[in-house]
Structures are given as C-alpha cells and as structure tokens.
Write a protein that binds this ligand. Sequence first.
Ligand SMILES: *[C@@H]1O[C@H](CO)[C@@H](O)[C@H](O)[C@H]1NC(C)=O
Ligand SMILES: *[C@@H]1O[C@H](CO)[C@@H](O)[C@H](O)[C@H]1NC(C)=O
Ligand SMILES: *[C@@H]1O[C@H](CO)[C@@H](O)[C@H](O)[C@H]1NC(C)=O
Length: 569
Amino acid sequence: MLSLSLLLGLLLPALSSGNPARRSMQVQESRPSPPSGYTLTGPANPDTVLTFRLALTQSDYDGLIDALYDVSMPSSANYGEWLSKEGVQTYMAPTIESISAVNAWLSENGLQSKVISAAGDWLSVPMPVSTANDLLGADFSIFTHSASGKQAVRTLAYSIPTDLTDHLALVHPTVSFPNPYGYMPITNFSSSGLTGTRDGHTGPCDVNSITPACLQWLYSIPTTPATSKDNVLAVTGYVEQWPSEADLSAFLAEYRPDIDSATSWTLITLDNGSDPQGQYDAGLESNLDTQYTIGLATDVPVTFISVGANDDPTDDEFAQTLLDTALYVLALPFPPQVMTTSYGDDEEYISQTLAISLCAIYAGLSARGVSVLFASGDGGVSGLHFQECTTFLPTFPSGCPYLTSVGGTVNIPEEAVYFSSGGFSTFFDRPFYQEAAVSEYLAYLGDTNAGLYNPSGRAFPDVAAYSVAFDIIIDGFETGVDGTSCSSPTFASVISLLNDELIAAGRPVLGFLNPWLYSSAASALSDITVGNNYACSDFTTGFNATTGWDAVTGLGTPNYAKLKAILGL
Ligand SMILES: *[C@@H]1O[C@H](CO)[C@@H](O)[C@H](O)[C@H]1NC(C)=O
Ligand SMILES: *[C@@H]1O[C@H](CO)[C@@H](O)[C@H](O)[C@H]1NC(C)=O
Ligand SMILES: *[C@@H]1O[C@H](CO)[C@@H](O)[C@H](O)[C@H]1NC(C)=O
C-alpha cells in the first residue's frame, strides 16, 4: 500500500500533464459551527496566502509517553535520566513512508514544504486560499467575532487523501479559531472582586502589596544566590509584551538590593519577536514575569523568549506561537531546565487534534527534562477570562497532562482565589499519576456541578501560588497586578532554585514535575482548603478548595524548605 501510493504520487503528475490527480478524499477535521460569537461574514479572498503547518504522524507516540514516565516517575529505576534531543526524536520522527507520501501529495500539487521541527514531524507550506480550498476540499471563509470585531480566515471542515490518513495528523490553520479576547491571562490590580477577608499585614507581607520578600517568607524561598550558570529559567513572551531593563533595574534596586541591579535576561527572538526598550514599550505581563523570576530565583540565568505575531496581525494565533516556541526549545541541544508561560487559551477555540499534537511536543520537552509550567487562567471555571458559559470551559494548554498547570491563591493564610482557573479537560483523559488525588476530589464533589464538566478528563491545576497584588514596576512606576500570571513565575522560580541545588549535588534536575508532585512531593506542598472559584458568569461556586487536591489550587502552594528536605538536599 505504502509503496503504491508513493509510486502513484510520483507518476500521476506526469500522466495528467500538470493537473493534480483527483484522489479519494476523507474529512480529517470538522466542527459543526464556529466557536460562539463568531459568524461567517463572507468568502475569503482567494489570493490571500496562508502559511499552513502540517503535522505528520509520529512514528512512536506511545513509546514517547512510556519513555517519559520511565524517567519521571520517582519510583522508576531510570528516574531523572532525561532523554537527549536525538533520544526524543527517535519517537517523534515520522516514518520514511509518511514523509514520502505527504511530500508526494504536495509536489503533485505544485507545493513545496519546509521542515520546521528537528524531528521532521512538522512542515510549513504557504499557499493561497484558492489552492487550499482545492487541495483540502475546504471552504475558507472570513469569520467575524461580533463583540470584539476579531476576524479570521478559517474553514469548518477539510479533507485529506484517504491514503494519507495514517501519515498526516492535521493541517493548521483550518478548524481552530483565534481566541477573540486574546490570550493574556494577567488582570489588573483590583480588589473590587475580592471578598473582604484581606488580612492586612502578616510577617513581611502586606496583602495589598506583595513583594519578593513576602514570597520568600511565605514559601521559605532562600535569598542565597544560585551557582550554576547552565541552569536556565525561560520566560516566554507573546502579543508584543516586552520586558523593560530599566524597570527591572529599578525593581531590583527597590526589592532585591542584594542582587546586582544590572542583572538582566538573555533575549531570544522567534518569528520576528523583539524587545524594544523605548519609554513606553514595556508590557505588564513581561515585566511581571521577568521581575518575579529574576527577583525570586536569585542568580538563576533567565532567558526571555520573545515570539512575534504572524504576518497577518488580525490573525495572530496562540496555537501557532505556542507551536513555534515549543519546537524551538525542543530543537536545542541544551534546553532550559524550566519554562514558564503566563498565557493560555480556551479549549473551545482549538481542535482536539491540534491540542493533542501540541501536547505531544510538551511530552517531548518533559522527556528532555524541561519543567514546563503554564498559568491555569483567570476566568474561574469559565476559561481564561470571565465569560458567559453554559458548561465549564477548561483552558488550554493546562489540560495537557505533560505539563504543570499553576493556579492562584490570595490572603494569608492562603485561600483559593476566585479567578483561579481549574477543572477538567474535555480533550485529554485523566493521567494515572493523578488518579488517586482526583478520584478523592470527585467523591467529595458527588453530584455538585454534574454535567458541567468532564469527570474523566485530565484535572488541573496541579499546584498553585499567590496571585494577587504583586508589586511590579512599569514605566518607572509601581503598580499592583493580579492573575495566575503571578503564580506561574513564582512556582517556576522555586523549581529553578531546587534545580540549582540538585546540580550542585551532581544530581539530575526535576524535569517533568507531575509524577513527583502527586507522589513524594505532595507532603511538601501547603494544601489550600478554603475558598472556591466562580462559576460561569455569576458569582456562585464553581469548584471548592478542600483537603487534598482540588480544581482551584491543585495540590497546594510550595514550601521550599520542605521540598528541599524531601529531595534529601
Ligand atoms: C486595566 O486598567 C485600565 C485602567 O484602569 C483599564 O482601562 C483596563 O481596561 C483594565 N484592563 C483589564 C484587563 O481589566
Ligand atoms: C519577519 O520579517 C520579515 C521582514 O520584515 C518578513 O519578510 C517575514 O515574513 C517575517 N516573518 C514572520 C514569521 O513574521
Ligand atoms: C462548597 O463550599 C460551600 C461553602 O462552604 C458549601 O456550601 C458547599 O456545600 C461546598 N460544596 C461541596 C461540594 O462540598
């Protein structure tokens, strides 16, 4: 079969003198309607060129997941033996048959692909809408989101040749839509939505103004400088959010006078990303992320990965920027040991096939020993942002089982914060490492919220950290910010400092955290048992925090000293 299709691919163009062969086609992905709020407002311009990303089927996805667990389960003999770039590629690379079959189909249609992943499993192919409509039996149209005015060129279905279904997993952009509200989960400082339980001052903390000193006290994070120069904490940046060196320097001078205020990040740019240092170029998110990683993970080298938008500014899409970031990091011979991202999306905008393919890249990164952390989102159970919903909306990529999702807390003693996104993926099944913890929570829930969430889904967040009133400096001024955007860099800093101590002790870094978090590390986290997140569009309860894992704060917040102790450091 395989060689026959290859043969046909090579022969038919000649026989049909340039006309693409008509092949038997099969629908690969479809959705009944666009995501809510989007309507079809007209045909797409046939000349508009879209750059498609094609995911080829990986030769051994199951093998990759087995290898991942083999090195990330604390009980495994191979715990900590993170895979090399080549080791991961063995599983992720498509077969020769898949590469030939897909490329034969493309060249038969006069198209050329560029390989964009180290394993060769992702291709990029630019083509005009007219060609894409023909090639994919698609109907690319303009969809407009009425409330935001956001427009995107998408199709509700596309097909691929039947003989390619074993070789080609997906074509993007097709049935996944951009989130009309963007994908930046940080919110402004505002106490209006918070219940009046803020306690004022505790220890060095003023809950109206959280600082590195407060977090160091709260989580017993040391101020001792890290020593390894090869232990990198990567911070990702999207949607033209750029960190300011002057603001970081002012932040360090004020909050960490013991750190050299000239300390900065190493810049990496992807997709024409940049990091201008003009007076008003700084972004809240990027300043928060750099100030609270460099300000907490003392002397850990921080890298800022600035990812540009794609060519069409009306069509910036999170999935593509996530893809480009993850493929870039996966291709590095020495990837950062920790990567934190304070951006997200709602599962409803992304196709399940695309979500699975992106999640596979996180599995690859995790297998290489990268701790991949994402903020869980700021919409409670209504997704990334507060919005109308009739069922709870899980966020993406927090529903991917091969990364660590970080929710948010407030107050001292800490409670769940109402905006902390949490729940159950509709795309991914519950992984075994959280089976016991989540089953207990499901038993606690009983019938509460039944029908509003997928009880067999991967549950998130995994852990939490403080998320309200973080003091940052932007454009030279102090301001407070809220969001799980505060939590992920905080948790990431704790992991980076632990990694520094592990490296100094000649031991492997923590890498993929979840099997460890849900087993030996659970007792070193502070369980958050009070509070809840809000339900869809009203102020009733989404999920409660409770003893053990819960769908607002996960297993709890970090305690550095205890984590260090259980690591035997
Ligand atoms: C943040 O605050 C500014 C000024 O108060 C306001 O214009 C903006 O809409 C707020 N943004 C969010 C996401 O709440
Ligand atoms: C980057 O910029 C160059 C020159 O402006 C442009 O040709 C190219 O398409 C851009 N690439 C992306 C990925 O936006
Ligand atoms: C959640 O907490 C509220 C307030 O404490 C309580 O009334 C409710 O019964 C709890 N839900 C569950 C499932 O226990």
